[in-house]
Write a protein that binds this ligand. Structure first.
Ligand code: SAM
Ligand code: DTB
Ligand code: SF4
Length: 335
């Protein structure tokens, strides 16, 4: 019987999944994975920080918050031409989605106009587009959709009852509101969180329960393992047991069967065996390319070799046509 798409998970049920013997949990996750996905296909996204650092927020994990001394220099929004060159390189290297991140609490309307131009141009290269720009109003989400944006990434980050330990400059409800605007605009959602921030297992279950009980499961669910960056309040947090990370992936797979679950930040410090376990637990997406936003990621040669050794192939994705304006195409040609 195919696993149902449910939105009524209780935290106790999800905690029970976390507590299963490891092999039983992986078997269940792998079974669900095969019902909904090709188990050997992995979606490949490349990230680019299009506006780095200087962020007014206080997210305790983040190297881009202006208030922490992390060595990240604040930069202005990149030009369309500069972003296009990076997007083309990502496409040439084999990525099917290009994800653009900006260190904003929320963009100004004039920023959204500029990002919309960037999105339309990247879309014109024949890539899926994703942006993560902070909180969005409904009209801002609508503008990005009209420009050809496919996905918007906005994470819940952690369980509602741990959120106050991590971020004080905006509320959990603000995140739910942005996700609502994104869905209303007809964008696909990319929404997940971070584990290894000192939360309890029950709180990891709380994060995944909240994600699974959203009005619609996010199409893409990034599970990040905290990248500890010196200067952030979370630097020095006790490292999460690697098997607990695999369990988090497996539980995400089980509670959101049709979603693409991304083995997201943190891969640089994982060996190949741990990553293979994550794929076996139901992860079917990665960030590909030497850099995430400001921190490192495995190099592409290593990932190609890993795919080869595991018999994995890049997931074929549908690129929906975008609204491409002639002047943007001209710029792309010139870049
Ligand atoms: N400023 C926007 C926002 O916060 O919504 C967009 C960019 S922000 C860097 C995107 C996401 O990256 C965060 O929500 C968080 O989940 C993830 N992230 C940031 N720093 C991280 C770290 N050190 N380790 C793991 N994930 C991290
Ligand atoms: C997500 O869930 N993880 C990505 C992406 N969405 C934007 C970001 C990871 C950032 C890791 C820290 C850095 O490189 O700055
Ligand atoms: Fe700013 Fe986003 Fe980093 Fe929070 S996660 S400090 S909002 S860039």
């Amino acid at each position: 019987m195919t696993a149902a798409i449910r939105h009524d998970w209780s935290r106790e049920e999800v905690e029970h999944l976390f507590a299963l013997p490891f092999n039983d949990l992986l078997f269940q996750a792998q079974t669900v994975h095969r019902e909904y996905h090709d188990p050997n296909a992995v979606q490949v996204s490349t990230l680019l920080s299009i506006k780095t650092g200087g962020c007014p927020e206080d997210c305790a994990y983040c190297p881009q918050a202006a208030r922490y001394s992390t060595g990240v220099k604040a930069e202005k929004l990149m030009s369309v031409e500069a972003v296009l060159a990076r997007a083309q390189a990502a496409k040439d290297a084999g990525a099917s989605r290009f994800c653009m991140g900006a260190a904003w609490r929320s963009p100004k309307d004039r920023d959204v106009v500029k990002v919309a131009e960037i999105v339309a141009a990247v879309k014109g290269l024949g890539l899926q587009t994703c942006a993560t720009l902070g909180m969005l109003s409904q009209p801002q989400a609508d503008t990005l959709k009209a420009a050809g944006l496919d996905f918007y990434n906005h994470n819940l980050d952690t369980a509602p009852d741990y959120y106050g330990e991590i971020i004080h400059t905006r509320e959990f409800q603000d995140r739910l509101d942005t996700l609502d605007h994104v869905r209303q605009a007809g964008l696909k959602t990319c929404c997940g969180g971070i584990v290894g921030m000192g939360e309890s297992r029950a709180q990891r279950a709380g994060l995944l329960t909240t994600l699974a009980n959203l009005p619609e499961h996010p199409e893409s669910v990034p599970i990040n393992r905290l990248v500890q960056v010196a200067g952030t309040p979370l630097a020095g947090t006790e490292a999460l047991d690697p098997f607990e990370f695999v369990r988090s992936i497996a539980v995400a797979r089980i509670v959101m069967p049709a979603s693409v679950v991304r083995l997201s930040a943190g891969r640089e410090s994982m060996d190949d065996a741990l990553q293979a376990l994550c794929f076996a637990a139901g992860a079917n997406s990665i960030f590909y390319g030497e850099k995430l936003l400001t921190t490192g990621n495995p190099d592409v040669e290593h990932d190609r070799r890993l795919f080869q050794r595991l018999g994995l192939k890049p997931m074929e994705v549908e690129i929906e046509p975008g609204a491409v304006h002639a002047d943007i195409v001209e710029r792309a040609d010139a870049a």
